[in-house]
Unconditional design. Sequence first.
Length: 573
Amino acid sequence: MPVATTHRLAGLLESTGIIPGDRVDELLAAHQESGGSITAAVVARGFATEELFLRHLAEAMKIPYLRMKEIEIAPEVLEKLPTKAVFQYNVIPVNVERGALRVATNDPFHPGLIDALRLASGMRVQLALSAAEEIANASKTYYGVGADTVERMMQDDNLDLEIPDEEMVTRDITELDQDASVVKFVNQIIWEAYQDRATDIHLEPMETDLRIRYRVDGVLHQTPVPPKLKRFQSAIISRIKVMSHMDIAEKRLPQDGRISVRIRGEEIDVRVSTMPTVYGESVSLRLLMRNSGLLGLDRLGLAERDINILNRLIHRPHGILLVTGPTGSGKSTSLYTWLHTINSTDKRILTLEDPIEYEMPGVNQIHVRPEIGLTFAVGLRHILRQDPDVIMVGEIRDAETAENAIRAALTGHLVFSTLHTNDAAGAVTRLLDMGIEPFLVASSVDGLVAQRLVRRLCNDCKRPANLSDEFLDSVGFPKEILAQGEIYEPVGCDTCRGTGFRGRTGIYEIIEVTEPVRSLIVQRASSSEIKLEALRQGMKTLRDDGWQKVIGGVTTIEEVLRVSENEETLVGA
């Protein structure tokens, strides 16, 4: 950097009032040695936050400081600067003023930045300052995920696909520098989903575009994509099918596959499913973090009473513990948590799963494969010859599996499994409907758990909600618990990406099968009678547990209403 330029930069930095005069030379020396941006150096050395520094710097340079969320950029302005330049320099065109293009950046001292932007746009360029993350988010919103990659694909049409080798499987996808742009684009889609904490990615062919949606905290969000992405639909889908070892020539039948990737050192299994539709193959990817299921009971969102009940149930020497709920309600996470809690060298644990969602050290996990005859029922029958102490069955789907699970429990094994029912008591009715004798159910089942997932309020932006008594009465909220805490509502901030929610937690309904409950099961009592008895013993319904989390500031009334059914009035309750 020329001496004159260094002196001007030093004077400018000192004029911000952020950096002491005797530290400016030290900062510049460190910046020259490490490279990168001045802004990053200021933040890294603790002089100020990025926003504070850029605000003062904008004032010193007499240029605007912009909050990208507060402005709207016209489409014709976005076209003034090539996509490649936007993503290469992490800048974004904001508006045109008196024949000059105003461009937002967080690094105004980048060597040759103005000249490069002037050459790329063919216009005079004036700078504005904004935080790097805000610029990146705005670029993704206006141009779409992977817009620079799509532009490159349009320029060179380099769509060659190669079967991934071991390096592709074992290397971190954030470090891969693939020549084929379509490979890079698919990696970007998975990387963006990981950053957004998505559990699913859906690529859905429409008539004129390819829609990409992420499921975050149980809710689908459409992600912005480049407008001409439809042109590369076949290449993108073929790339995913190659990575998951599917037949790329077969487009008329559904297919299933799996991809293993590494992101920031974390191993991620991606389950892939394709389905033919009228406008092409729809692709769904389920992201499974191998270690994310290994939680403790205290991290599931259980009330203290429920933790104590579950601790008793999962440490029993034999019996069946069933967890119920719809798909996506967190049943698998609960099962893995129970196994993780009791896993020890003196217990032999075997599981039957379809598929294996999390790998657990010390546990013998078996992948069910019905196409070759290895069903849950067959596997469970043979597992009993393996001298297990604890057995986990992914799902009881039929009478044979149910009978084998009960036989295992009655012969001294602890069995965990799942059923698809609406509440905990409904699991008993479901087993009886399968043809299981009531006395077998009563003597083998020790606990029934129903659960749902609700989104957690973002702690950085939630605020107290002002709700009327009429509204609380209309939703059945028990106003007598208002003294126990406060009800909050979502706002939206950078931490939660504007949603007001970050993460999920469970609401639960747990029935411990006591002697009075066993007596009702033997009598083929209805699920409502069983539920009534459980309520007498202190059980909280799903909605009641949800109300406790609302008053605790964990979630909202709307979230509880979304995932739980209205409880019918039980006579005598």
